[in-house]
Design a protein around this ligand. Sequence first.
Ligand SMILES: [Zn+2]
Length: 158
Amino acid sequence: MPATVESFQLDHTKVKAPYVRFITVEEGPAGDKISNYDIRLVQPNTNAIPTAGLHTIEHLLAGLLRERIPGYIDCSPFGCRTGFHLLTWGEHTTRDIAVALKESLEIIVNDVKEGEVPATDIYSCGNYRDHSLFSAKEWCKQILAEGISEDAWERKVV
Ligand SMILES: [Zn+2]
């Protein structure tokens, strides 16, 4: 029997993106805790961010969220291209994550210039040609205009 995957149990028709959702906290043998969050940027089965824009958002969030979230481990895109998994040491409120995400997307829209996306060369990326800062900015603008909710089912925009 395959193990139960929490994300496969989520009713994707009931959620209201953009949102941050706490998934689980797991405790290691030494008592350290790792939290997992669902960072849903667009509405499942309605929208999907094209790969080049999503890839650029990924590269930028790797630095921007790391600077804003204590214990940041990783932020990786979903295969469905509607958002990211975020892993952190310790526990954070979804509100704190949503605020950090909002600040990061604002920086992508307002401050990041062509040539400033990190690690977009043949040595440091596995598909360096597949990036679009233009697409990343356009999608981030739309996500910010809709507002990022700290709750997946009720709109509680931060
Ligand atoms: Zn890459």
